[in-house]
Design a binder for this molecule. Structure first.
Ligand code: ADP
Ligand code: ZN
Ligand code: MG
Length: 476
């Protein structure tokens, strides 16, 4: 165990999924667009152009803020953050420095030791910058991203380990998706992290100087950079050095953080209220209306699924997105059997979808298919094995309903009474001890006999039929 306590606060940038940009009417989706085609005089910062705040972006921020349990003040305001950089054609960024859209709040995360609460300092709304690509020939710039609505969530320094940071980041991703504000797709750069790290000797009250590692764009790079920084700072402190406040970056090739700028050269952004935009006033009715549309939190959903008897990891899978959760809940309500529905979805369906890079919303096997499949097992039309193997693979191939497949392929379970009788008699002969226990009043001992038959019958028989027949034989 290290002698230093890890202190960390995260700043998370999340791009919104609005149709248009933050302050102009440009298309906000440039996934398939050629560079510099979704631009206009406003987001390119031409002189005399006036920004107009996107109402949807404000509503989405309120939705996200409410899901983090934040206060939504009646008024928020935009400010100018002045700096020159090629990715920002205006020479400043419109952000919220003095009056952000959401204040306070918290996220409960689940870690090995249990649950932990991480407090949110605030969340503000701003515009994203353009995208620079550095090549051997020179640097390229794409302004399509310039002006994308961007939420920045800032935590209190409540995070004390890498595990907590990753759990928190993943939970924020889920909540952002649940709120409808963002697709929070890491591969597409929709979510980026700054990790602030400092160490202090256990028992010391004051925080040590923090180092900020900027612009981490995957959970794994965040994890690696954080681990590296803890090791680097521990080593420095042990050698009697002082940690200076600075900004560092993660070098994925060298697998280390490298210094970018120190506090001494920190920018003065000369923030001032944005003169071209009026304050944003949120009427309480609007906030209440948005609140009424919000789903339950992912952690609440997970707990509900665990209460159904579903394993924790499966519950996480099933509640990662609202679409996934809806799929599962539809299937399990058709069959009135959450456990079996969850098993088919997590072990058979999701495996297939992941292997073939298919999104749940494009799956030809729907919640109706899964619900009907589970019903066919529960009313003993087909065996669990037939469902898992033949029916499932035909279904994934054709999208046909399970009842149709069972009919056409003749997969109905035949009750082979001869086989059942043979197996049960053999079980009774070979398990004298269990038979005696059963006859002596220990009814649960029949389980051993059923198990024997299932093994001998290689899954061709139904456990319910077996135990009924065993009971009959044993009472004779
Ligand atoms: P700055 O003024 O440098 O931007 P802030 O006080 O705004 O610093 O904090 C930025 C982030 O750094 C927040 O997430 C905060 O929780 C975190 N933070 C602040 N002080 C420390 C510290 N000593 N160690 C680790 N994280 C810190
Ligand atoms: Zn524009
Ligand atoms: Mg700050």
């Amino acid at each position: 165990m290290s002698e230093y306590e890890v202190i960390c606060g995260l700043e998370i940038h999340v791009q919104q999924n609005t149709k248009t940009k933050m302050f102009c009417r440009c298309n906000n989706d440039s996934e398939n667009a050629r560079p510099n085609t979704n631009v206009c005089p406003v987001c390119m910062g031409f002189p005399g152009q006036l920004p107009k705040a996107n109402k949807k972006a404000i509503e989405k921020s309120i939705a996200a803020g409410l899901m983090f349990g934040s206060q939504i003040p009646e008024r928020s305001m935009f400010d100018r953050k002045n700096y020159f950089y090629p990715d920002s054609p205006k020479g400043y960024q419109i952000t919220q420095n003095f009056h952000p859209i959401a204040i306070g709040g918290n996220v409960e995360v689940e870690i090995k030791e249990g649950k932990k609460n991480i407090r949110i300092h605030h969340m503000h709304l701003e515009e994203d910058a353009g995208k620079l690509t550095h090549t051997a020939q020179g640097s390229l710039i794409d302004y399509n991203r310039t002006g994308t609505p961007l939420m920045e969530l800032v935590t209190e320094p409540d995070i004390n380990s890498v595990e907590e940071a990753v759990a928190f980041a993943k939970e924020v991703q889920r909540i952002m998706r649940y709120s409808g504000a963002s697709n929070a797709d890491m591969e597409k750069g929709m979510m980026r992290f700054d990790v602030n790290v400092s160490l202090r000797p256990f028992g010391q009250k004051e925080f040590g100087n923090k180092v900020e590692i900027k612009n981490l764009n995957s959970f794994s790079s965040m994890e690696k950079a954080f681990h590296y920084e803890i090791r680097r700072q521990t080593k420095a402190l042990k050698a009697g050095e002082t940690i200076h406040q600075e900004t560092r970056g993660w070098d994925d090739v060298k697998q280390k953080t490298t210094s970018q700028r120190s506090k001494e050269t920190a920018f003065d952004y000369r923030y001032h209220p944005e003169p071209d935009l009026p304050p944003v006033v949120h009427k309480q009715v609007l906030v209440d209306e948005i609140k009424a549309t919000l789903p339950e939190l992912p952690i609440v959903k997970r707990q509900r699924y665990v209460d159904y008897g579903i394993g924790y990891d499966e519950s996480v899978l099933l509640s990662n997105t609202l679409e996934m959760a809806q799929f599962f809940e539809d299937a399990s309500s058709i069959a009135d059997d959450p456990k079996k529905s969850a098993a088919f979805i997590t072990t058979n369906l999701l495996k297939h979808l992941n292997e073939n890079h298919i999104d749940i919303k494009d799956s030809i096997v729907t919640a109706k298919h899964i619900g009907e499949l589970v019903n066919l097992i529960n009313n003993e039309t087909i065996s669990n094995n037939t469902a898992k193997n033949e029916v499932m693979s035909f279904m994934l191939e054709t999208g046909d309903m399970p009842s149709k497949i069972v009919e056409e392929k003749g997969l109905k379970q035949v009750v082979d009474t001869n086989l059942i009788d043979t197996l049960c008699k053999k079980a009774i002969e070979s398990n004298q001890k269990a038979v005696d226990q059963y006859k002596g009043g220990h009814k649960k001992a029949i389980g051993a006999l059923v198990g024997f038959c299932m093994k001998e019958g290689k899954g061709q028989v139904n456990p319910k039929h077996i135990s009924e027949h065993l009971e009959k034989l044993l009472s004779e």
